[in-house]
Write a protein that binds this ligand. Structure first.
Ligand SMILES: [Zn+2]
Length: 366
């Protein structure tokens, strides 16, 4: 299948083509070069058409070299790229490239995120409605931000709360925290909450792992030590088998508040969990669990097209960055853009609630 621009966002199409080109390179250096260029195009704040100059050349984009620029100009002129199609055909990797091309549905480029945030015709939460981020990682697991970095970066973004949700001990590959480390982390959180009282509230959370059988990899008494539990799948993310029962089991587990990155998909890499998401959303509604839109640009999980189909279930939603550094807190904007495109009423987005209401809901007092 050829990549076409019709109906799609050109930045996404160009980035996908550059990644295709990266995939068929023999030298690692040129693989990296095209991948860097793809990332630069995806991160552009404006549609790439706006960079075309009257003389037919392209305004310089950092990290985009001459051969990538040639692909961009081809796409702008013809809607597709002969250069890429030829390189893929000659590489003998067409089936592999086709397979990955099927894994890019409903991902938004940064330019689309910016457009959705600015589009006043869309319903759904605005950036100003958003009061805090409920999934992020610190130096206690695989993140690079300290707890106080999260507080100061959150305040700088106008938030009144954030949840620290480092990985649970069941995921050692991501530096999962032990229960004794967690107790130590909670003492640090208490101290920060004292220091920033009235200005900012840090919430004691965890990202627990959903096992293949739908149970969560922490004991009930352990879950009870946390203010917020995000349960998320990190295995069996390439299987085509239906996993509705697994996801229904996870959201029905007492102590769970948010179903995090529900599919576990990754851009151009893996499709994530296959399930009847309406049934999962119905179970989440019964259990008073929020379904997450993970704003990590490579996840965007669930996406707006799927969320639209879940609105009538009545479930709540959480819009989170899944940030591992303070600069990644901006990923929340990707989640907000999906929520706007899906038309989620802001009353159903727990990040838009006043902190007291959110804390009452987390305590199951609401
Ligand atoms: Zn995760």
């Amino acid at each position: 299948m050829r990549r076409e621009t019709s109906g799609a966002d050109t930045n996404s199409v160009v980035a996908a083509l550059l990644r295709d080109l990266a995939a068929v390179q023999k030298s690692q250096q040129s693989q990296w070069g095209y991948k860097r260029a793809a990332a630069a195009v995806l991160a552009l704040e404006e549609p790439i058409e706006a960079l075309l100059q009257p003389d037919g050349t392209l305004r310089k984009i950092p990290n985009v070299g001459p051969s990538s620029t040639r692909v961009i100009l081809e796409v702008l002129q013809t809607g597709s790229s002969q250069t890429v199609e030829r390189a893929v055909a000659e590489s003998g990797k067409q089936p592999d490239v086709d397979r990955r091309r099927g894994l890019g549905d409903h991902f938004l480029s940064r330019a689309q995120v910016v457009a959705a945030l600015r589009n006043t015709k869309l319903r759904g939460p605005t950036l100003a409605d958003y009061r805090g981020d409920l999934q992020m990682h610190s130096t206690w697991s695989d993140g690079s931000q300290t707890l106080e970095d999260i507080v100061t970066a959150g305040i700088a973004r106008g938030y009144s709360f954030c949840a620290v949700t480092d990985h649970s001990y069941g995921l050692p590959i991501a530096g999962g925290v032990s229960m004794s480390e967690l107790a130590e982390q909670h003492r640090e959180i208490d101290a920060l909450n004292k220091k920033y009282r009235g200005r900012f509230r840090l919430i004691k959370g965890i990202e627990a792992n959903i096992r293949a059988n739908g149970t969560v990899d922490m004991e009930p008494g352990e879950l009870g030590q946390l203010e917020l539990v995000v349960a998320a799948p990190h295995s069996a993310l390439r299987s085509a088998d239906d996993q509705t029962a697994r996801m229904v089991g996870a959201v029905s587990t007492p102590g769970v508040h948010i179903l995090g990155h529900p599919r576990g998909r990754k851009f151009a890499a893996r499709p994530g969990v296959a399930a009847d998401w309406r049934r999962v959303a119905a179970a989440a509604t019964r259990a008073n669990v929020a379904i997450e839109i993970d704003g990590d640009p490579s996840r965007q999980d669930l996406d707006y097209s799927m969320v639209r189909g879940l609105l009538e279930s009545g479930c709540l939603f959480a819009l989170d960055s899944d940030g591992h550094s303070t600069s990644e807190l901006a990923y929340a904007e990707t989640a907000i853009a999906h929520a706007r495109l899906a038309g989620i009423p802001k009353e159903r987005v727990i990040n838009c609630w006043p902190v007291d209401k959110l804390l009452a809901w987390l305590r199951r007092a609401l």
